[in-house]
Design a protein around this ligand. Structure first.
Ligand SMILES: O=C(O)CCC(=O)C(=O)O
Ligand SMILES: [Fe+2]
Length: 324
């Protein structure tokens, strides 16, 4: 097991007990639910909390933390995989939703984003990911095609630090790996010329096809030149020169070369450092039988990089602010 993976089976009972102390119907009052998540996160098993804190403080080379063996309902007790969002208001709390919010609360502030796509994405902390037949090719609802490398919400001034994905059901064939490309691994593969070209180079990102004026400024590499943050999305970044195209191609190739597939199965929770890795997802076949792949997703802000002004409460909606 890699150092980025934590076997949580020894904590399973303790974690199931914490989950049962959370409100049983989260959507009945989400504010109370998130407040309770914060309070109960203090009672996470100390060994697990220390590992999560260590990742939060220092990160790691892989750019992710994978918690395995978390408590999850037997498959026959889970509802059918959704085919539409949002879930019913009265849906009882699922174990993997509880894990998402407990670990998320330990890392920072669970946040509902207005993503700037008009009303095409629901503004909520608790996202559901499941295959949909008509999914846009850049959305998490895709299945038959690969979801290409990207940074979530790179066009938002308060881009979340972490993406949490917890898994109630894996895909039938075990193909739908989440693909993670760590900049700490990819950087040594880039030539000094490409690095200096991409560092602090401002690209315009169009984020709304219906409104060409809706743009944000995104830098593929920024921060510490020797240990930069990455922001990547090949189909959104508008390259202006031949050098831009070549440099973005080189970054894409380096990320691909270091990519690690992380196949999520029930009871797994993946914490993605959204500043250090670009991620995607391998193609897979949905069966539309009520037992398709089903993930829960939440975004977490931390005090780094101005994501947080102070005084915000967990679960609060942050308006859309394009990155400049
Ligand atoms: O399905 C996955 O594993 C990742 C999905 C994703 O990256 C997204 O929805 O933004
Ligand atoms: Fe994503």
């Amino acid at each position: 097991m890699s150092a980025s993976t934590i076997d949580c089976s020894p904590f399973r009972e303790e974690l199931a007990e914490l989950a049962s102390a959370l409100p049983g119907v989260p959507r009945a009052d989400l504010d109370v639910f998130f407040q309770e998540s914060v309070r109960l996160a203090e009672r996470l098993p100390s060994e697990l909390r220390d590992r999560v804190d260590e990742f939060n403080d220092n990160g790691n080379v892989d750019g992710y933390l994978l918690l395995r063996g978390l408590p999850v309902e037997p498959d026959e007790d889970l509802p059918a995989t959704p085919t539409a969002s949002p879930p019913p208001q009265d849906r009882p709390l699922l174990s993997m939703e509880a894990m998402l919010c407990l670990i998320g609360s330990q890392l920072g502030l669970l946040t509902a984003y207005d993503q700037g796509y008009g009303n095409r994405r629901s503004i909520t902390v608790l996202h559901e990911l499941y295959p949909t037949p008509e999914a846009h090719h850049l959305s998490g609802g895709t299945s038959t095609i690969q979801l290409e490398f990207h940074t979530d919400l790179s066009h938002h001034a308060h881009q979340p630090n972490y993406i949490l994905l917890s898994c109630s059901r894996g895909d039938h064939e075990g193909k739908a790996a989440t693909l993670v490309g760590s900049i700490r691994k990819a950087l040594p593969l880039l030539s000094p010329e490409v690095r200096s070209h991409l560092f602090d180079r401002v690209f315009t990102r169009q984020f709304d096809a219906a409104d060409p004026g809706a743009t944000a400024n995104v830098k593929p590499l920024y921060g510490d030149p020797d240990d930069p943050f990455v922001s990547f999305n090949r189909s959104f970044l508008t390259a202006e020169t031949e050098e831009d195209v070549a440099a973005l191609d080189a970054l894409s190739a380096a990320l691909t070369a270091v990519t690690e597939p992380v196949l999520l199965t029930r009871g797994d929770l993946l914490v993605i450092d959204n500043f250090r890795i670009a991620h995607g997802r391998a193609p897979f076949s949905a069966r539309w039988d009520g037992r398709d792949r089903w993930l829960h997703r939440a975004y977490v802000r931390t005090k780094r990089n101005g994501q947080f002004e102070g005084g915000e409460r967990p679960g609060a909606i942050i308006p859309f602010i394009p990155r400049r």
